[in-house]
Design a protein around this ligand. Structure first.
Ligand code: MTE
Ligand code: HPA
Ligand code: MOS
Length: 733
């Protein structure tokens, strides 16, 4: 009995709605109902941080793809046809797609962020070299394999159960309750696993769930909506494009004394997560470097594009690109290799970040030095020079890319999680957490954590779906912190059950210290003694003694805090470090290029699952290279997406990935705030991809030392060609 929903979306980027005519669409056989904003029983509002985003347009449309009506029909084909019969009369208004233009007319989504330390003005007077410039980076489409979608079914007692492709089941639950005007306990959200999210489903999964839930509420029937790829590309937000200005000052020894920047974030038509993304840009503005004097301002600019959103790195990559551009600019104008300036300014132990927190167990120098030595960077540079001398039409380039990324949601409140563990009377174990599996392997890690705690093997543990009725008030699976937060909550639950079992066995065995009872290899044993009991037997005994074999665990990251007005504090549980070396070969006739090799030294702490973590490094790297090189998101001045399909929006394929990728595990002591000292790994490797841009730039400079390329990513083959032949490559308009 399932019905199918589909959105009728705005076809112009900005305008006033005069009239909507649904008569033809309504009369199409198989159309069950056409829903508009007036049918919403609760609030017509899906904004996460700021309440500025209607689920369905009321008087005005603000971007192409903005949902206006929902068609519910017997099939998705009928819904599709019905959408084509809807007629909407709109008076167009002025369209702004450029963030700086929006800034200049005062269109901001949230308050500007200003953050400084030291005194840049004074510091610049002590600088021998001062460089100013502009840098911009483009947006990025998530291209999760599974598009956005949701399925709502009536759940009895007027409640609704929703299967949603989301990173944030609680965000879905909260948003749906708001739209339906009901309480959260009426809405159950269930997620088994999702086909990728990459940040695109941190909060942008909610509207589709709200739409099907609304239809289910009105019709009392199951309703499904899974977006077609074209709809998803058109309607959903992406990584924020940024336009930025920088000023960097260095002394005679190449110490960076001062750094200033202004970031103009293209936020799209509603705030979404933009203010939080912007904050992380500011926090990561000096990447892996210590800079004593910093002064940055950041603006979230309202434009007539779909609201942009979280994307792996969450604003960090955009900030780091500007810093790397500034250093590259300085190196080029001073006439030293970029890596000399990079190396000179790497973070050291105890150095303070812009936000006041000091480095602890800083691995910036360690990663860099090991990368330089183990992968023989000096030798590589010599052989590149030799290659370039004898190859007039092919040039190689190399870049080093250090990364330092803070782990925790920058919004301290979000850093908590819960888990539910049942040990059944036959000894089998069921676990539930708030973690969403999206391909990053968190399910494997959760099973490992529980199996390790109980001394069982992975097959003894059943991981349940992520469900808001079993585990409530979850933070989204994001900020790379999912395994840390949910793993620690899970460990807490396992330990509660374990301690009950230990006390029981200590009594049974007549021993004083319950902590000498340990669990491993499917057995309970007395440490240094002779007593032992099979796990199943111990559980059977506990069951007979009416011992509670279930537990709810909770975890809230200790130590972290941030003053929201000064942005000073200790926002991150810890930092992840690493260094990548990227080499490329440019075809100087065609402008094509290939990445020959990438070598990485990465700080995993004590990796819980090296295979999963290696997958994250490789995937993140390639996604970062895609953002910096191939993936060109183009909107024209009317706000039309010109790269609206996967034929003209190129993502990396097997031919564009580096020919070799080597990863050295920097086994460090890890951090007590990481799950079993296994550091978060989801986002940091994306930023290694930034090195791809500069490797290409360096190759171009060896062909044409006078090249006039602006720091404008992505470095597409077209831009490379223009750069090679001295055509001034402008910043985009
Ligand atoms: N890996 C896969 N395969 N699919 C994804 O959607 N999302 C990335 C990263 N790696 C993603 C991924 C993003 S944006 C984040 S924040 C983390 O995984 C989230 O998972 P974690 O917290 O478990 O690292
Ligand atoms: N990272 C990722 N997602 C988030 C964050 C963050 O710091 N804050 C809110 N959502
Ligand atoms: Mo990741 S951008 O924090 O979902």
């Amino acid at each position: 009995g399932t019905l199918f929903a589909k959105v009728y979306a705005a076809k112009v980027a900005h305008g006033i709605i005069n009239n909507i005519d649904i008569t033809k669409a309504e009369n199409l056989p198989g159309v069950i109902r056409i829903i508009g904003h007036k049918d919403i029983p609760g609030q017509n509002q899906v904004g996460g941080i700021i309440a500025d985003e209607p689920l369905l347009a009321e008087k005005e449309v603000d971007f192409i793809g903005m949902p206006i009506m929902i068609v519910v029909a017997e099939s998705d084909v009928i819904a599709h046809h019905a959408c084509q019969l809807i007629e909407v009369d709109i008076t167009p208004k002025k369209v702004i797609v450029d963030p700086v233009e929006a800034y200049e007319v005062g269109h901001l989504l949230s308050d500007p962020i200003h953050c400084k330390k030291g005194d840049t003005t004074a510091a610049f007077t002590n600088c021998k070299y001062i460089l100013e410039g502009e840098a911009e980076s483009g947006g990025q489409e998530h291209v999760y394999l599974e598009t956005q979608g949701a399925y709502a079914i009536p759940n009895g007692d007027r409640s609704i159960k929703i299967f949603s492709s989301t990173q944030g089941p609680t965000a879905v639950q909260r948003t749906v309750a708001k739209v339906l005007g009901c309480t959260m306990n009426q809405i159950e959200v269930d997620v088994n696993r999702i086909g990728g999210g990459f940040g695109g489903k941190e909060d942008q999964a909610s509207p589709w769930a709200a739409m099907v839930a609304l239809a289910t509420h009105l019709l009392d029937r199951p309703v499904k909506y899974i977006l077609e790829r074209g709809e998803d590309l058109q309607m959903t937000g992406k990584r924020h494009p940024y336009k930025s200005r920088y000023k960097i000052g260095l002394d005679a020894e190449y110490n960076i004394l001062a750094f200033e920047a202004q970031y103009f974030q293209n936020g799209g038509a509603a705030a979404d997560l933009s203010p939080a993304v912007l904050q992380r840009t500011v926090f990561h503005s000096t990447n892996s470097y210590f800079v004593p004097n910093v002064n940055v301002s950041a603006y979230s600019c309202r434009t007539n594009l779909p609201p942009n959103t979280a994307f792996r790195g969450f604003g960090g990559p955009q900030g780091m690109f500007v810093m790397e551009a500034a250093i590259h600019h300085a190196a080029r104008s001073i006439g030293v290799p970029t890596h000399v300036i990079q190396e000179k300014n790497l973070l050291t132990e105890g150095a303070a970040f812009l936000y006041g927190q000091k480095t602890e167990d800083c691995e910036a120098q360690n990663c860099w030095q090991q990368a330089r030595l183990n992968y023989e960077v000096d030798k590589q540079l010599v052989s590149i020079e030799k290659y370039n001398e004898v190859h007039p039409n092919h040039k190689k380039g190399l870049a080093l890319m250090p990364v330092c990324f803070g782990i925790s949601f920058t919004n301290t409140m979000m850093n908590n999680a819960r888990a539910l563990v049942h040990v059944y009377s036959d000894g089998s174990v069921g676990i539930s957490t708030g973690a969403i599996e999206m391909g990053q392997g968190v399910s494997s890690k959760m099973i490992q954590v529980a199996a390790g705690a109980f001394g069982l093997s992975n097959v003894d543990i059943k991981l349940e779906t992520t469900n808001t009725t079993r585990v409530a008030n979850t933070s989204p699976s994001a900020a790379s912190a999912t395994a840390d937060l949910n793993g620690k909550a899970l460990l807490d639950a396992c330990e509660q059950i374990l301690s009950r079992l230990k006390i029981m066995l200590a009594k049974t065995w007549n021993i004083n210290d319950a902590d000498t009872v340990i669990f491993h290899n499917g057995q309970a044993t007395e440490l240094g003694g002779t007593k032992k009991m099979d796990w199943k037997e111990a559980i059977e005994l506990a069951f007979q003694q009416r011992i509670n074999l279930s537990a709810k665990g909770h975890y809230a990251t200790p130590r972290i805090h941030i003053d929201r007005t000064t942005l000073q504090g200790h926002p991150f549980a810890y930092h992840v470090y690493g260094t990548a070396i990227l080499t490329c070969t440019v075809d100087c006739i065609r402008g094509n290029y290939e990445f020959d090799a990438v070598e990485i030294v990465h700080d995993f702490g004590t990796s819980l699952n090296p295979a999963v973590d290696l997958g994250q490094i490789e995937g993140g790297l390639v996604q970062g290279i895609g953002w910096m090189t191939l993936e060109e998101l183009i909107y024209n001045k009317k706000g039309e997406l010109k790269s609206g399909n996967l034929a003209n929006y190129k993502i990396p394929d097997i031919y564009s990935v580096p020919k070799t990728v080597q990863v050295q595990y920097l086994e460090t002591i890890g951090s007590d705030l990481a799950i079993l000292k296994s550091k978060a790994v989801g986002e940091p490797p994306l930023m290694y991809g930034i090195g791809a841009y500069f490797a290409l730039y360096n190759a171009i400079m060896s062909f044409n030392p006078e090249t006039k390329m602006a720091y404008s990513a992505p470095m597409t083959a077209e831009k490379v060609l223009m750069g090679l032949y001295g055509v001034s490559v402008p910043l985009s308009v």
